[in-house]
Design a protein around this ligand. Structure first.
Ligand SMILES: C[S@@+](CC[C@H](N)C(=O)[O-])C[C@H]1O[C@@H](n2cnc3c(N)ncnc32)[C@H](O)[C@@H]1O
Length: 315
């Protein structure tokens, strides 16, 4: 059976939230299977318009609208779109600003981030993202990155592991799990997914806990929150007045970060007010954590944890 690379969550709601201008410049920082990117391109004008310059009696064709799509995983390139209005950027989105400078883009009309991993990551056994398969403990979205999940599991102190499990996996027993892992690795390095499951001593039937353990490690391996922070600041500065940012989050920590950033316009989440008590945030909130409809969750259960937040840059 052919693999489904990804099914985009809340596609219609996200595209509506972006209120796409046909001649605008857009960025999808998480291309994946390209579902959202394709839908953005459908809204961008694909006609050429002609400037008639009667004095010089010449005609000039100018392309309207463009989409830049980022992905740090080279596998995403298998979904490349053959369209001159589209540019793929094989990079971590934390370098958004540098890449826009490189392409001579000083401002953008909208940005979409559909955070986290794709179905491809979960369903591709050898990438090591899922406890469902026996595989090397890898979990790198960027296959050329230096640090794997095995490096973290075998190299971090018990306390560092406990913090990750608690913070990124919200595992109540993070400390106990870290202790079990450290005991097991003192006998033999933990190099495979099934070895991590055994070392954690989380019973196989507690699949939610196992999923959280793997999620916590994945977030640390890919420095997901660090990259998100850098991208949010760059997006705020690049957005034109009236431009929109749409973000789909999948777990509470990243959602809190995005929520506070969009409310305040800064990473600290500090809401500054003027003399009259008006919020000085650069954004107006459009969507405040919308969830997928029950029908969508029925069709695509992986959309159940998605939350959509949309904001518009104030004029
Ligand atoms: C949830 S999927 C996006 C799916 C996409 N919206 C679609 O319609 O198919 C997230 C994608 O973003 C990529 N990604 C996650 N974090 C990234 C980062 N910091 N920089 C670049 N790409 C990233 C992942 O490799 C993955 O392909």
């Amino acid at each position: 059976m052919e693999e489904i690379y990804h099914i985009p969550a809340m596609l219609k709601e996200t595209i509506e939230g972006l209120a796409i201008k046909p001649n605008g410049v857009y960025v999808d920082v998480t291309f994946g299977g390209g579902g959202h990117s394709r839908a953005i391109l459908e809204e961008i004008d694909n006609s050429q318009f002609t400037i008639h310059n009667s004095q010089r009696a010449c005609k000039e064709s100018v392309q309207k609208g463009h989409l830049y799509s980022f992905d740090q995983d080279k596998d995403a390139l298998s979904n490349a779109i053959d369209d001159e209005r589209w540019t793929f950027v094989h990079s971590n989105f934390r370098y958004l600003r540098n890449w826009m400078d490189y392409y001579g883009v000083t401002e953008i009309d909208g940005l979409l981030a559909d955070l986290g991993v794709s179905f491809h990551h979960f369903d591709c056994p050898e990438r090591g993202f899922s406890f469902r398969f026996s595989a090397p403990l890898d979990m790198r979205m960027n296959q050329t990155a230096k640090r794997t999940a095995a490096d973290i599991v075998n190299g971090y102190s018990e306390e560092e592991l406990a913090n990750i499990f608690w913070l990124y996996g919200e595992l109540k027993n993070g400390r106990g799990i870290a202790r079990n892992i450290c005991k097991a690795r003192s006998l033999k390095p933990i190099l495979r997914t099934e070895e991590l499951v055994a070392a954690s001593r989380i019973p196989a039937e507690m699949s939610k806990e196992l999923a959280r353990l793997f999620q916590a490690l994945r977030i640390e391996v890919n420095d997901e929150l660090g990259a998100l922070r850098e991208m949010l600041v760059a997006a705020r500065d690049l957005l034109k007045p009236g431009g929109r940012i749409a973000i789909l989050t999948y777990h509470s920590l990243e959602d809190r970060l995005v929520k506070n950033f969009l409310r305040s316009g800064n990473l600290e989440g500090t809401i500054e007010k003027d003399f009259y008590g008006n919020n000085l945030s650069p954004f107006v909130l459009i969507e405040k954590g919308r969830e997928a409809s029950p029908e969508e969750v029925e069709r695509n259960p992986r959309a159940r944890s998605a939350k959509l937040r949309v904001a518009e840059k104030k004029s």
